[in-house]
Unconditional design. Structure first.
Ligand code: NAD
Length: 309
């Protein structure tokens, strides 16, 4: 195994430490901690897990985190009323509605909800105003996962300027903002997607390759230039035995799969570790950074609201 493993837990801990003095200063000045309202609709097990990590991390960093739950049968109107109440709350500086919403809420429900969140409290950075500001390089609330990736690169001493970056995935929450942030740091960026031709050859031109497509182990060694930095954003739960065996061969995590019959893997095949220069593991890579950036965004939103910016 050649690649340097980029430790997301360690970088996330550093980000969270750097946020602490800001939380303390805000709390002293405002007479209350920065407040984050999280809304969870339904009982999706993955969402439960993400939300409980966010609540725990927020509490540990001195934030006030209020989790509001709605049943899977809730209507879009009920959810929008809750968002409206959080928009008007003095105690909440950030609002996060956990995605995905139950399918019964209808197509386009997530977008309607993101559009309804006060842009000043939009700690996920999904509101069109914040997305527009990102494009113009003047956003102060940017989507947590891609901004976490930039922090990871910076804090790991990986240069971005002038380098070739390839992002696989063009979603609004990861791929597109990721590409924009890399562009703003003066990388030469290519965005690839499910219709891209010669994907492996394009990816293999990258000095920095970001895999955000949601396909377990899809990115194999043929996608990677020797020595490249590979960022694995994927979080895929695998229950298929043959797939788990092929992706986890020789890893102690195979025993975990055998016990639980389910395991989380990234979009990058483990064989990439033999050829990449640096690689983020799954778990323990990008995931913890996303949470750290959520806390950072909440404090940023609180400070901006307090100073009337
Ligand atoms: P998405 O399904 O919205 O988008 C996937 C993108 O990948 C699409 O743009 C699609 O064009 C592209 N794609 C799909 N199949 C492809 C293929 N065969 N070849 C090339 N491109 C292909 O997913 P998303 O919300 O952007 O998430 C992507 C992955 O990142 C998922 O595994 C998700 O769980 C994970 N994720 C992780 C974090 C984190 O904190 N680490 C945060 C958000 C998402």
């Amino acid at each position: 195994m050649g690649a340097r493993l980029l430790d997301g837990l360690a970088v996330a801990a550093t980000i969270r430490e750097s946020v602490m003095p800001r939380v303390q200063a805000f709390t002293a000045r405002a007479g209350r901690p920065p407040g984050l309202g999280i809304v969870l609709v339904g009982d999706n097990p993955a969402s439960e897990l993400y939300v409980s990590s966010k609540v725990k991390a927020g509490g540990e960093s001195g934030l006030r985190v209020d989790l509001q739950r709605l049943p899977a049968t809730a209507t879009l109107d009920e959810l929008l009323r809750l968002v409206d109440a959080l928009n008007r709350s003095d105690q909440h500086d950030g609002i996060l509605v956990q995605d995905p919403l139950p399918e019964a809420m209808g197509k386009g429900a997530s977008q309607r909800v993101f559009d309804a969140i006060d842009p000043a409290k939009d700690v996920d950075g999904f509101h069109p105003i914040n997305v527009g500001k990102l494009v113009q390089q003047r956003a102060h609330l940017v989507a947590c996962t891609p901004s976490g990736v930039i922090e990871m690169l910076d804090r790991s001493g990986i240069a971005i300027e002038g380098r070739r970056a390839v992002v696989i995935g063009r979603s609004d929450i990861v791929g597109k903002p990721m590409a924009m942030l890399l562009l703003h740091r003066s990388a030469t960026v290519t965005i690839c997607h499910s219709k891209t031709r010669d994907l492996a050859a394009l990816a293999a031109e990258a000095d920095i390759l970001v895999a955000a497509l949601g396909r377990p182990g899809f990115v194999t060694r043929t996608f990677v230039k020797p020595g490249a930095t590979v960022i694995d954003v994927g979080i895929n739960r695998v229950t298929d035995e043959a797939l788990a065996r092929s992706l986890l061969a020789g890893s102690p995590r195979l025993a975990v799969f055998e016990r639980r019959r389910s395991i989380v893997v990234g979009d990058v095949h483990p064989e990439v570790a033999e050829i990449a220069g640096a690689l983020t593991p799954v778990p323990g890579g990008v995931g913890p950074l996303t949470i750290a950036m959520l806390l950072k965004n909440t404090v940023t939103a609180a400070e901006a609201r307090k100073s009337g910016k």
